[in-house]
Design a protein around this ligand. Structure first.
Ligand code: 13P
Length: 281
């Protein structure tokens, strides 16, 4: 199977009233585990890269790796550039093979966010690349963001204006989630999500996926979330598995033994997480 368009995966999820799950990856093992885990779970998957990570894994090499593994995968695979608020970097990613990008203007005032996001959509359209925008703001636990504060949540009327004026293919929205490991269990405002979903037609995206309880996710997926982003817990698991693998005595006999055990642990995690997605392929 070749790489699939993210927009097609999200439209299929919207029709099926569920969410595709998107994981941030950082190296060959994490990309490999996303795709192998998806094959085990028989679910579609989206593999994402943070733009800051291009210093360790270039855009071109990352895109080529995902495309190469997608070619022989038995399930649909999407490729996406995560949070980026700089147009030249987004253009670089598109030039180097990314087929979907996030234009994150959520820290900007509304009009500036609309203008920035629309400028990305206009360019991306030429190359048939999908754009995810963000309206409202999902912050960082590490930055002290108050994710329980409803003043930071997406307003349905603004979401409708944002979708209409930018032409985004999908839209990240804020209703009680935050990036990083939560200090206190999140309590998603599902009523707000339903109001946003009523106000717009485009697929909605939930960021800050690490540590949200499964029962809340199941409801959010039924109420309009069609793309669900996970990063931190996957990276922390990778660190733990690497630590265990590279301190094992076994490595002195077989220097490559670590790779196998890291991939196995990561693949099991992805397969289990993907069971939350109701779209079996
Ligand atoms: P977490 O790192 O909190 O899982 O969030 C990931 C994310 O939303 C990436 O866009």
């Amino acid at each position: 199977m070749a790489l699939e368009k993210v927009r097609d995966l999200l439209c299929a999820a919207q029709k099926a009233n569920t969410s595709v799950i998107a994981f941030d990856a950082c190296d060959y093992n994490t990309i490999y585990a996303c795709i192998k885990g998806a094959e085990v779970a028989r679910r579609p998957v989206i593999v994402m890269l943070y733009p800051t990570m291009r210093s360790v894994f270039s855009f071109g090499a990352f895109a080529a790796t995902v495309k190469d593994l997608a070619k022989s995968a038995s399930v649909p695979v999407g490729l996406h550039l995560d949070h980026c608020s700089e147009l030249p970097i987004i253009i670089e990613a598109i030039r180097d093979g990314f087929t979907s990008v996030m234009a994150d203007g959520s820290a900007m005032p509304l009009e500036e966010n609309i203008a920035f996001t629309k400028s990305v959509v206009d360019i991306a359209k030429i190359f048939d690349v999908d754009v995810e925008g963000e309206i409202g703001h999902v912050g960082q636990v590490a930055g002290g963001f108050d994710y329980q504060n409803a003043d930071t949540f997406t307003r349905p009327d603004e979401a409708a204006v944002f979708a209409g004026r930018t032409g985004v293919a999908s839209m990240a929205v804020a209703f009680g989630s935050c990036h990083g490991m939560y200090k206190a269990e999140p309590n998603l405002d599902l009523e707000r999500l339903q109001e946003i979903d009523k106000a717009v037609d485009v697929p909605l995206v939930l960021h800050g996926g690490s540590g949200i309880p499964a029962d809340q996710l199941e409801k959010a997926f039924q109420m309009g979330i069609n793309k669900f982003n996970v990063g931190t817990e996957f990276f922390l698991l990778n660190t733990k598995l690497c630590k265990e693998a590279y301190t094992s005595e076994e490595l002195l006999k077989n220097p490559f033994a670590g790779i196998t055990s890291i991939r196995k642990g990561l693949t099991e995690y992805i397969a289990k997480k993907l069971e939350l997605c109701e779209m079996k392929v």
